[in-house]
Design a protein around this ligand. Structure first.
Ligand SMILES: [Fe+2]
Length: 624
């Protein structure tokens, strides 16, 4: 009996070890029969258990029809609170929203009911479900502490006196990767289904049954409005998008930029579990109102820093839901920030210190892979940091992928290059565990940037290149202690398997500036965030860029350059701090802000608006 027990324990351990193979890029991380641990000199610190109280899919996938309405089971016994519900009338208005009914239901031990027949018929049937035998409901889960947890959707049918929950488009459809030829339409359904989109008299099919769908619409005419009709089961959703003009047409257009929409204070929709849905929604509405052709949003979309995949997925879902009604029409390009971190945490009870590293396996269960799962972004970035000179294992992928977090795209004569300065990010204790530093761009991404900028310099259709990155090169309020400055301490750098990178953070910042400012003529500005404020920094060669007594090579800048920081999409504010470059800062504001960039041939002007009050915060010309 004892042998059987030991034998089974060994099998279990080897299974665990197999599923949790430690990436070779870490140091002092190991696994034993008690689990994953960080090895300090005299003791082991085990990873904090992730404690999933719920599975994200249970918030929408267990809905059963009765002859009274719908029974919802969130499989979350600790959840008590209120369920608001109401129809979404897709025929009434271009940006469908749920209209909540005057009464709500109680959520008791994770279960609730929507009494459609008794409450939502007759004069409350504004979607004609009684006539059509089908409709779509929105529902809002509010926990007993008052926090809004999730805004769900459920399609239902009514036949032979029985309601039935039907496969529902719970996210999307979203317009992504817009070009002059077409776009990628993505959406998520509550059940695995086939789907199709009718556009330009052609049917674009998803042949396999799936939960997440990405359908490419191509061979469309440039610079034209294209209505599209998504069909899932008996339900149809009609929206439209405008293809980009032919590259190099040089027609005037506007795009929008923002970042940092993780949850804010104040209650209500300023924190729909992990995201400031209130400000995001205002941003999306303002961007569309201003006829922005796309929205670039670079990092900290959610609170993140979590050990639970399901909590992270709920947060991403809430962010997407907040802007969904406008994303039906124009693309939103997300970037990666420090709050997209999905971690293993090792808590040392003796010193109270936390050690945090990027979750693995990297390919399927890391911060990077979660981001890839949640968005449909261009895949033209570098592969990973594998095969750099720090790669401990050249024959094998040991690093996370850059897929969809480093990429570029163009619209007419403008290119946006999206960088990831929180790749393989280890928030605490990387000197012990190894990992990348907040704001540090590692070698392969540098090389890719160089190659990409060279390529764009030669492209005759492109006049202007923007570099967007979560972390400012010159922080001004909130992150003077880190970003690409660390209070002027160049010692900070990435560590791979115990090996410290040769270049410190300030040297690396200079290498980036050299590529972007000196070696490229088309680059216009850095669009950054992380600091929760708006400001414009004019970077000149005269601007003080080094700490006193800086011993490393100093970079000469060949021209004036700009850093537009806009992390004012709803995360808690930071005030301005004193820095060596403070006098070059213009219009530092803690108002919520959306940057609107107007491009007209060679000319680029900027307007900054408060998406809440619609006040104009700043206005200037960047390029004449
Ligand atoms: Fe950040």
């Amino acid at each position: 009996m004892r042998h059987i027990l030991i034998g089974s324990l060994l099998i279990l351990f080897s299974l665990l070890a197999k599923t949790q193979e430690i990436p070779a890029v870490y140091s002092n991380i190991s696994i034993d029969e008690k689990g994953l641990f960080l090895k300090l000199e005299d003791r082991k610190i085990y990873a904090v258990h992730r404690k999933d109280l719920f599975q994200f899919e249970d918030l929408y996938s267990n809905i059963k029809g009765t002859n009274l309405g719908l029974d919802l089971d969130f499989k979350f016994p600790e959840l008590n609170g209120i369920l608001y519900y109401g129809f979404i009338n897709y025929q009434d208005g271009r940006y469908p929203q749920p209209v909540y009914f005057r009464e709500s239901s109680q959520i008791v031990n994770g279960k609730a009911q929507i009494p459609i027949r008794d409450n939502l018929s007759g004069r409350y049937d504004m979607v004609d479900w009684e006539k059509n035998g089908k409709a779509i409901l929105g529902y809002r889960i509010v926990a007993s502490n008052g926090m809004i947890f999730y805004d769900g959707k459920v399609a239902f049918s009514f036949k032979d006196n029985l309601f039935t929950a039907e496969p529902t488009v719970i996210e999307g459809p979203f317009v992504n990767q817009l070009s002059h030829k077409g776009a990628m339409i993505s959406f998520t359904t509550s059940k695995p289904v086939r789907s199709s989109i009718l556009c330009n008299n052609k049917v674009f099919n998803n042949k396999k049954k799936s939960l997440t769908h990405e359908i490419k619409l191509d061979k469309l005419q440039a610079d034209k409005l294209h209505p599209y009709k998504l069909k899932v089961g008996d339900f149809e959703y009609e929206f439209e998008f405008k293809t980009a003009p032919e590259p190099g047409s040089r027609k005037p257009f506007t795009f929008a930029y923002g970042s940092d929409s993780r949850s804010g204070q104040g209650g209500g929709e300023r924190d729909i579990y992990g995201t400031n849905a209130y400000i995001m929604k205002r941003i999306a509405a303002l961007a569309k109102l201003e006829d922005a052709r796309f929205v670039q949003f670079t990092g900290d979309v959610i609170d993140g820093y979590d050990t639970s995949r399901d909590r992270m997925n709920l947060q991403y879902a809430n962010w997407k839901r907040a802007v969904e009604s406008w994303w039906h029409y124009i693309p939103f390009y997300a970037g990666f920030g420090n709050h997209e971190a999905y971690n293993f945490i090792f808590h040392d009870p003796q010193t109270q210190q936390n050690y945090m590293i990027d979750h693995f396996p990297f390919a399927t269960d890391s911060g990077e892979s979660l981001f890839q799962d949640n968005f449909c972004l261009p895949q033209n970035g570098p592969h990973s940091e594998d095969n750099s000179k720090y790669d401990p294992n050249p024959d094998k992928d040991d690093f996370p992928s850059y897929k969809e977090s480093v990429y570029w795209y163009s619209y007419d004569n403008v290119t946006m290059v999206v960088l990831n300065s929180d790749y393989w990010y280890a928030p605490h204790g990387l000197n012990v565990s190894s990992g990348n530093l907040h704001a540090y761009i590692m070698d392969n991404q540098m090389r890719w940037l160089q190659k990409t900028l060279n390529h764009l310099e030669k492209n005759k259709d492109i006049d202007h290149v923007f570099i967007t990155i979560h972390t400012p090169f010159f922080p001004n309020g909130g992150h003077v202690k880190d970003d690409m400055w660390y209070h002027g301490n160049n010692n900070f750098r990435a560590v791979v398997k115990g090996r410290f990178y040769e270049k410190g953070i300030i040297e690396r910042r200079d290498e980036l500036l050299d590529l972007i400012v000196n070696k490229s003529k088309k680059t216009v500005a850095i669009l950054s965030g992380d600091e929760h404020n708006y400001n414009l920094l004019t970077i000149t060669n005269k601007m003080v860029r080094y700490p006193q007594g800086y011993q490393y090579k100093k970079l000469e800048l060949s021209r004036t350059f700009y850093q537009i920081n806009n992390g004012a999409a709803g995360a808690p504010y930071y005030a301005q701090e004193k820095t060596p470059w403070s006098e070059n800062v213009r219009n530092f504001s803690t108002q919520n802000a959306l940057v609107l960039i107007d491009v007209d041939g060679n000319k680029i002007s900027v307007r900054v608006k408060n998406p809440d009050t619609l006040e104009l915060i700043d206005e200037y010309i960047l390029r004449k």
